[in-house]
Structures are given as structure tokens and as C-alpha cells.
Ligand binder design. Sequence first.
Ligand SMILES: Nc1ncnc2c1ncn2[C@@H]1O[C@H](COP(=O)(O)OP(=O)(O)O)[C@@H](O)[C@H]1O
Ligand SMILES: [Mg+2]
Length: 282
Amino acid sequence: MNTPAPSAGRAASGATAEQPDTAAAASAESGRPPILALQRATVRFAGGGLPVWDGLSLSVSRGESLCLLGASGCGKSTVLRVMAGLQPLASGEMLTAVRSPAFVFQEPALLPWADLERNVGLPLQLAGWTAAARNERVQGVLERVGLTGRERALPHELSGGMKMRASIARALVMQPDLLLMDEPFSALDDPTRQRLQADLLQWWQVQGFALCFVTHQVAEAVFMASRVVVMGAKGGQIVAEWEVDEPFPRTDAFRRSARFHEHCVAIGDALAGNTGSTWDRR
Ligand SMILES: Nc1ncnc2c1ncn2[C@@H]1O[C@H](COP(=O)(O)OP(=O)(O)O)[C@@H](O)[C@H]1O
Ligand SMILES: [Mg+2]
């Protein structure tokens, strides 16, 4: 196996052969306080059957960009739903200091009859903001995501990339401290996807929220993440963690670099279940 140079990245603390006592402890080792930690958490759906995942310990640090990778059905979306408070645990616990979570799905899910300004301002409207206060906040967010001038556009008048920008704007408008994204760019063409990846990282750096991002693409995870967690196909175990120890902002030059490729190989190997000298398996 072509393993990365030691400086290119490293198996994160959580991937040591000895499982950390708690997910919070693993996060503390990364140098930033956790904003959320799942501890030996188990989820079961109604009707019995096997748990989706059993005894999962995973933390998100303040301001980090965490990517979750794993085969379809391994429980990634369930992790996000639990973190958003939409799915209760059957056992274990979730410690959370999150004040304002926001969720972005693969489908932009905009109201088809409402214009862009109303769609983006909807969370503020539901929270009881006045029209004037709403307008000011919405204008700022639309400018940030590059949609100024399209306020009166209806969703069907927007391109796929613009709809996703609108969906992200609607999440950013509440100034979240944790942004949960479930394969948000899967339906976009490659150039649009790459542009949005870079832009999202810029918004993440400016606003300082923690990002928890589910993707199928190894390259997307390497570009986006400060830390990648690979979930196993069965039982939702974490089979590997990898720190993408590269500076932000990430650039197109990084995407074309040998180091980028090395990270991709290491993480791709973990995803495929290959053992390599850089990986300790749980
Ligand atoms: N509401 C539900 N009721 C029953 N089973 C579910 C429900 N949601 C998800 N599952 C099952 O839980 C497993 C994990 O689902 P999910 O978290 O969506 O996986 P992923 O996002 O990794 O594809 C899958 O086997 C799925 O069929
Ligand atoms: Mg999913």
C-alpha cells in the first residue's frame, strides 16, 4: 500500500488500538473542546431488529470540519439525525453544548411557491423576527453565498448549484454553531461541486461553526475535512479516523497535489477494508 508521508496526515487519536475511554476524551486530545459527543450510543428503529449502530463513540470539536464516510446503509444519516436531536438513542448518551444546529440535505427542499428571499428568511420568520430585521440578515447571507440580485427568483428559476447555495444560506441565516450536511453536493456536476466545496469552507472559516459532513466521495472528504471518520459497513463501527493535516483555505493546487492523492489513498484503503501500516483497526 502506498502510505502517506508522516507529515501528510495521521491516524487520529480515536483510531488507536485501545479505544479511548470516552469520545470526549478523544476530542480533547485534538486540542479543541468538543461541542458534541456520542458515548457508546445505540440506535434501534421501531419493529425490533438489529441496532443501526451499537456502542458508537464519536465527538465533534468546536470549529472542526469532520467528514463521515462509509458504505450506503452503515448509519451515517442516522448519526446526523441523532446529532440534530431528531432521533433518540436506545442506550448510551449524547453530551451536547450545541445551541443552534442546522441541517442541509441532498435535496435543497425549497418551498416552490416562495421566492429566494422568503425561502432563506423562513427560519427567522418562524423564530418571530420582524420583516426589517429578517431582511437585513437575509441580504447579508445572500451576499455571502453569491446570490445577491436573485431575491425575487423562484426555486425553479435557479440552477442546481444556486438551489444548493440557497439551501445553505437558509441554514447559515440562523448562525449555527453546528452545521450538519447529508451528502449535500451529490446531485451536482463536478465543477459546481468543487466550487461549492471551496466556498463552503470559506463560509465555515468566516462563521466558525463546527461542520459535520457526510459524503460518499473520498476526494470530497479529503478536500473538506480536518478529520475524516470511516464507518464500517456492519454495525456502524468506526474503523478508522484520519486527520487531514493540511492548511485552510484549501485550494485547487491542493486538489492536484501529491499530498492530496496520498490522503485519498490512505482513506480509500480504510474504506475498502484494506489493512495498512498506518491504520490501527478497532
Ligand atoms: N426510520 C427507519 N426505520 C427503520 N430502519 C431505518 C430507518 N432509517 C434508517 N433505517 C435503516 O438504518 C440503516 C442505516 O440507515 P442510514 O443512517 O440512512 O444509513 P446511511 O446514511 O449510511 O446510508 C439502514 O439499514 C436503514 O435501512
Ligand atoms: Mg444516508
